[in-house]
Design a protein around this ligand. Structure first.
Ligand SMILES: NC(=O)C1=CN([C@@H]2O[C@H](COP(=O)(O)OP(=O)(O)OC[C@H]3O[C@@H](n4cnc5c(N)ncnc54)[C@H](OP(=O)(O)O)[C@@H]3O)[C@@H](O)[C@H]2O)[C@@H](O)CC1
Ligand SMILES: [K+]
Length: 518
């Protein structure tokens, strides 16, 4: 699991080591890792290290120090390295070491025209961004801002430029704790972050700017701090997943009840059912119109269907809402499911049936527009654009006011627990932004909920408090869904009705994973 800690907490974890005189050793560990990643990227790009060129951008703090020490190591490997000093007072011992290794350092103050240095950096094989780290406050300013703007103008955007940019700890210009970018940012191809992930590397635009993330253990003890945001990895989903045992039968594996679809939108139910079966459950019970059940049975005759009520259909969890439009029976079933005390995934039409207050076992899966309505119904006005700009803030707010677990859809999926715990998953592909995609997500999360509903050890397997289990279940669902979408996209544009085959294959791959290490 990736666990991101605030910049202040990472610095607090560093403090005792620095007090014990290990500050320089920490920097050397950080620099060594940064150097290793830079070297690896050069090799990957097919560029020989001897004769390659690098530019180190150094700001006034220790972040610049790390980058200069990494530059020193590159010099010793035969790379030609120039340092651009973006402050008058850079970290002196590292600058000294850099120059002693033969490096050239050029100062750039606010008054100097940065174009020649930006040209040089744009033409380099690799650029190491040591402008700002955890000591950053606000957007880039002064000579750092001028340089980054000039570099962009010359090098072009990530993807089209030839220089590889490696960020030291964080891409300079992102909010350390929220990933917000106010002004310019030096978008990285890779970020090497030290001690622990910082929230800005997982949230908002900062995550986009970070590129490939490499987390380096420099010996910080973070166990007494609470993560601000987490991301599940494959091994976590494998650990959470409920595998059938030889003692199981269909009822003990988990029965998912699905009250979705309507005569107007029958397909949504078929998609949710197909995804749930592919995720693995003991049984799917379908409640809804006979015509919808008939469509479901064309693809999935194993589904047990009825037109009855929630009370008559014994299940371990419910999924309600997809395609349930203008149908009073489905509306009643949604309300009953929400009062059943069982885990419920609530999507689309059922979101408006939410009681004033529920528990974290109720998982809401709105997109930004639906979240806006949900908040407005509770007297909280927010523009859709504001929700899209700060998904974590609004998902947390919605979880706080409803008591539910809130999964906010988007390119990054943001999941908030009413406890304040936050998960972000970036497993999806834009190819998944297509009709019916959300219905399959509901089916996947519903199936996970049904199979984990009576599994007392599930939260413990991820070392999470029990109240955050449902956020982890939703995050696991987002990972499986996103991964399945990526797999499907290899064949071309995603056809959602074919996603179940990919869901099954993704789960088969995940279950090969070794147990998690965190
Ligand atoms: N502690 C350790 O032992 C270890 C730390 N490690 C490393 O240290 C990094 C943290 O170092 P740090 O605390 O020196 O902060 P850092 O971000 O480099 O510089 C902050 C300075 O920049 C300036 N500034 C601020 N905002 C600005 C802006 N918007 N635009 C322009 N300038 C701005 C401001 O200076 P001022 O302008 O006030 O002179 C401020 O004082 C951390 O990320 C990691 O890489 C690792 O090696 C592991 C061991
Ligand atoms: K940086």
């Amino acid at each position: 699991m990736l666990e991101a800690f605030s910049g202040a907490d990472v610095r607090a974890a560093e403090a005792p080591l620095i007090d014990a005189g290990q500050g320089d050793a920490l920097m050397q560990r950080a620099a060594h890792a940064l150097f290793g990643v830079a070297l690896g990227l050069l090799r990957e790009a097919g560029r020989s290290t001897y004769g390659a060129t690098a530019v180190v951008l150094a700001g006034s703090g220790k972040n610049g120090g790390d980058a200069l020490y990494a530059g020193e190591r590159l010099l010793r490997r035969g790379v030609g390295v120039t340092a651009v000093l973006l402050a008058g007072n850079v970290h002196a011992p590292s600058l000294d070491a850099f120059q002693r290794a033969g490096g050239t350092a050029v100062g750039l103050d606010d008054a100097t025209e940065p174009s020649a240095l930006a040209d040089h950096a744009a033409a380099a094989d690799i650029v190491i961004d040591g402008i700002l780290g955890t000591g950053a406050s606000g957007g880039l300013r002064g000579s750092a801002l001028h340089f980054v703007e000039a570099f962009h103008a010359r090098a072009g955007a990530r993807g089209s430029r030839s220089a590889i940019v490696v960020a030291c700890d964080l891409p300079s210009g992102i909010g350390v704790d929220d990933g917000r970018i106010s002004g310019a940012v030096l978008e990285a191809d890779a970020t090497v972050t030290f001690g622990a992930v910082k929230p800005g590397l997982l949230l908002g635009d900062g995550a986009q700017a970070a590129g490939e993330l490499d987390v380096v253990d420099i010996g910080l003890e973070m166990s007494s701090f609470t993560p601000v945001v987490r991301t599940l990895l494959d091994a976590d989903v494998a650990a959470l997943f409920s595998r059938p045992t030889s003692r199981d039968q269909k009822y003990t594996r988990g029965v998912l009840g699905i009250a979705a679809g309507s005569t107007r939108y029958p397909g949504a139910a078929a998609l949710a059912v197909g995804a749930a079966l592919a995720t693995g459950v003991g049984m799917v019970r379908y409640l809804g119109p006979e015509s919808v059940a008939a469509l479901i049975h064309q693809h999935n005759p194993e589904v047990v269907a009825s037109t009855g009520s929630i009370a008559d259909a014994r299940s371990q969890a419910w999924a309600v809402g997809p395609g349930a439009v203008d149908d009073d029976d489905q509306r009643r079933r949604a309300v009953d499911a929400l009062h059943s005390g069982l885990p419920v995934v609530v999507d689309a039409g059922a979101l408006t049936e939410l009681p004033e207050r529920v528990g974290p076992h109720v998982i809401l899966t709105p997109h930004a527009g639906e979240l806006q309505q949900l908040l407005a119904a509770r007297g909280i006005d927010a523009e859709r654009s504001a929700i899209e700009a700060e998904p974590a803030r609004f998902a947390l707010r919605a979880a706080e006011v409803t008591g539910a677990t809130v999964l906010l859809k988007g390119f990054a999926t943001t999941i908030a627990s009413p406890s304040g715990a936050l998960f972000v998953q970036r497993d999806a592909t834009p190819w998944l932004a297509t009709a019916g995609s959300g219905d399959t997500l509901t089916g996947i999360i519903g199936a996970l909920g049904a199979t984990l509903a009576e599994d007392d050890g599930a939260a413990k397997r991820l070392r999470l408090p029990p109240e955050d289990l449902w956020a982890a279940v939703a995050a696991a669902g987002a990972l499986i869904h996103g991964r399945a979408g990526r797999r499907a996209a290899r064949r071309g544009p995603v056809v959602v009705s074919t996603l179940p085959a990919d869901i099954g294959a993704v789960i088969a791959d995940l279950l090969q994973e070794p147990p998690p290490t965190t």
